[in-house]
Design a protein around this ligand. Structure first.
Ligand code: GTP
Length: 375
């Protein structure tokens, strides 16, 4: 096909379509009240990081494929656009379209003139989109998938390549032993407009299960391997991991010279108006959102606390994600892998075992000692 993408002063006419809908079941209960793309990474919504990377790559036009609720929440966040032109492509009312349906739904906004970039909205990837486009053009592909090497590919789509980087087989979530390689779909694609002919209209479609295997069979699917930082924040542990990884990156470290009688163990990240009481130890790897208040003698490490939460005296939080406006009483113990939804209230003296999830706005007055419980 005729590729007429223009690049002027480092800017490109390549449009980006970001998938920002879906249920985010693995990040519940925090994903009940925000799309994954609005989860804060070092106190900045993931979508803001993505916008910044797009601008850095010279991209000027973004289409957000959203559910009704996601659109409202994104607009409320007032993320700086840095010159990006943003339009919204809405899923059908209360009917998620999966990972392929929203691409078909955005057909008119994307247009049929040139290839376009598609990003899963729940990944953090330090990737040069122009390089994938180059591979796409060179190979005259119909779709080119960014591929990343991981230890355990069983949770992802796995690709097997020929020497020419053509994807021979594409298998979604194979059992670990049956995975043909460790090269996984990084959730970043360049697609040519012909792709629209492969996606049925008006229903949920999985691009990974229904479209990519077919393209692989037809020899029109290519891979572009990249080695830089990549994390899919779809699971709680991965969400903590990307925060840890960025805290470790020295370029991003702020100096924390705040006046506190508590002890700060770097690396940590604090948003505005964080208060820390006497004798508390915060960090390493604590990310505290705007207006978070930490009482006296609190221990908090390896955790992310969303804005406006309060953690009272003598409480311990280790390896947990604490939602917005959560109030944690005194002498509370929150163990690894716990997730507290927005507006949760935990009474004094409560202990939560490992990986307990508390639904938004619940009040918990008794300890939950059975791991993995959902309350
Ligand atoms: P889980 O339920 O935890 O698997 O999450 P999910 O529903 O978001 O599914 P998945 O992680 O496979 O989604 C991959 C990407 O597609 C993410 O960026 C989602 O935001 C996006 N996505 C998934 N389903 C939809 C949908 O129905 N509509 C739109 N617009 N995006 C979707």
């Amino acid at each position: 096909m005729n590729i007429n993408l223009q690049v002027k002063n480092g800017e490109t006419s390549l449009k980006a379509l970001i998938l920002v809908g879906g249920f985010g079941t693995r990040l519940r209960p925090l994903s009940c009240t925000r799309p994954k793309a609005l989860f804060p990474i070092l106190n900045k919504p993931l979508l803001q990081w993505t916008f910044e990377r797009l601008v850095k790559n010279g991209i000027r036009e973004v289409i957000l494929a959203v559910s009704h609720q996601a659109e409202i929440l994104i607009k409320q966040q007032k993320i700086p656009k840095n010159g990006l032109k943003i339009t919204y492509s809405r899923d059908l009312f209360k009917k998620p379209l999966g990972t392929g349906g929203p691409i078909k739904k955005a057909e008119k906004l994307v247009g049929r003139d040139s290839p376009f970039l598609v990003l899963n909205g729940d990944i953090f990837a330090d990737i040069d989109y122009k390089e994938i486009l180059k591979t796409h053009e060179k190979k005259k592909a119909l779709a080119t998938i960014a591929l990343h090497n991981v230890k355990d590919p069983s949770r992802y789509g796995v690709a097997e390549l020929t020497k020419e980087n053509r994807i021979k087989t594409f298998v979604e979530k194979p059992p670990r032993k049956l995975a043909p390689t460790n090269l996984i779909n990084a959730g970043v694609y360049i697609l040519s407009p012909k792709i629209f002919e492969y996606i049925p209209q008006g229903r949920k479609v999985s691009i990974e299960r229904e479209v990519f295997p077919k393209l692989a069979e037809e020899g029109r699917l290519y891979g572009h391997i990249f080695d830089d930082l990549w994390i899919d924040i779809g699971e709680p542990e991965e969400f903590l991991e990307i925060n840890r990884t960025l805290l470790n990156s020295t370029a991003l470290l702020q100096k924390h010279k705040m006046r506190t009688r508590g002890k700060i163990e770097e690396p940590v990240a604090f948003d505005k108006n964080v208060l820390i009481g006497e004798e508390s130890v915060v960090g390493p790897y604590a990310v505290l959102g705007r207006n978070v208040t930490i009482g006296n003698n609190v221990y908090i490490k390896d955790s992310v606390v969303f804005p406006n939460a309060v953690i009272s005296d003598f409480s311990i939080v280790n390896g947990a994600i604490i939602g917005e406006n959560v109030v944690i009483g005194k002498k509370v113990k929150i163990n690894r892998g716990c997730i507290l939804g927005d507006n949760v209230k935990i009474e004094d003296n409560v202990t939560l075992a490992n990986r307990v999830s508390i639904c938004p706005a619940k009040e918990v007055s008794e300890s939950v000692l059975k791991p993995k419980c959902v309350i």
